[in-house]
Design a protein around this ligand. Structure first.
Ligand code: BV8
Length: 243
């Protein structure tokens, strides 16, 4: 049972597993997203420089795949906990699918960015909403750069391997952890615990003596780092665990 007392501060980390029951493929499960794609081909700046059309095909397919996809009971359970805890709650998600915000989560950090935004790969125009699933063979160009006479590719506004996570993410997480002090509690949901710096959050919590829970379909690489592990589907386990 995830017991919280009136001073508990809950830091939650989610990964692709919490969106699986909404029909969004995970990365490393059979039939996952990376199948047929070497990670560095489609989710690294080098891969984008080498073959922008392949990268835009990969992300356009994921944008198209979000049509009709809705949040599930796992996302909704976290909205309810946020409502009860207020500023003693912070959700960090590795997911770029936008489903937590769609479910109503507000105290959220999308540490790896968001699939439904694009930005210019060259100029410093602000990232902008972009749900377009570009046709194969099309890589969108920046209109601002074009007007200035230079050709520059747009890119999805997400964090690729080898790139620093979203700028204000780590400072916001550190501020929350500092404010929580010994009352910090950590809950990870649906993540294989392989990708840093997100996978290191459980160690941050343990270093402060905070209790940590994991809800996952099967034991991930860093299962040993958690005080309690509840195996099962997030949509089943979370509503019970957080009741
Ligand atoms: C960086 C965006 C530095 C793209 C992604 C040590 C320290 C720091 C960095 C590193 C380090 N060691 C290595 C690195 C480099 C690298 C890294 O961690 N590599 C790993 C592979 C070894 N890290 C980085 O490059 C990061 N950047 O460190 O920059 C820096 C600093 C300053 C200046 C320059 C550089 C950036 C990492 C971000 C990469 N981008 N995504 C996209 O989404 O396409 S990561 C990608 O993997 C996704 O975001 C995804 O969310 C993430 C993690 O995967 P999971 O979410 O865990 O999904 P997965 O499928 O793996 O697992 C799902 C789990 O759910 C499974 O366990 C399954 O059992 C479970 N499950 C399934 N169904 C359910 C379920 N659970 C519950 N219910 C269910 N129904």
């Amino acid at each position: 049972m995830l017991t919280l007392d009136p001073s508990s501060h809950l830091l939650v980390l989610t990964g692709a597993g919490i969106s699986a029951e909404s029909g969004v493929p995970t990365f490393r499960d059979a039939g996952g997203l990376w199948e047929g794609h070497d990670v560095h081909e489609v989710a690294s700046p080098e891969g984008f420089a080498r073959d922008p059309l392949l990268v835009w095909k990969f992300y356009s397919e994921r944008r198209a795949g979000m049509t009709g996809v809705a949040p599930n009971a796992g996302h909704r359970a976290l909205v309810e906990v946020e409502r009860r805890l207020g500023d003693r709650f912070l959700l960090v998600t590795q997911n770029i699918d936008g489903l937590h915000a769609a479910a109503g989560s507000e105290r959220i950090i999308e540490i790896h960015g968001n699939l439904m935004r694009s930005r210019c790969s060259v100029c410093d125009r602000a990232p902008f909403a972009d749900t377009t699933a570009y046709r194969a063979g099309v890589a969108p160009m920046c209109g601002v750069c074009q007007r200035a006479g230079t050709d520059a590719l747009l890119r999805p506004d997400i964090v690729w391997f080898g790139e620093p996570v979203v700028a204000d993410a780590l400072p916001r997480i550190e501020a929350f952890v500092a404010r929580a002090g010994k009352d910090l509690r950590f809950l990870a949901i649906g993540t294989s615990g392989l990708v840093y710096p997100a996978a290191g959050l459980v160690d941050v919590c343990r270093a402060r003596g905070g209790k940590s829970w994991l809800v996952n379909l099967e034991p991930p690489a860093n299962a040993h780092a958690f005080d309690e592990v509840a195996l099962g589907k997030a949509g089943d386990v979370l509503p019970r665990l957080l009741a």
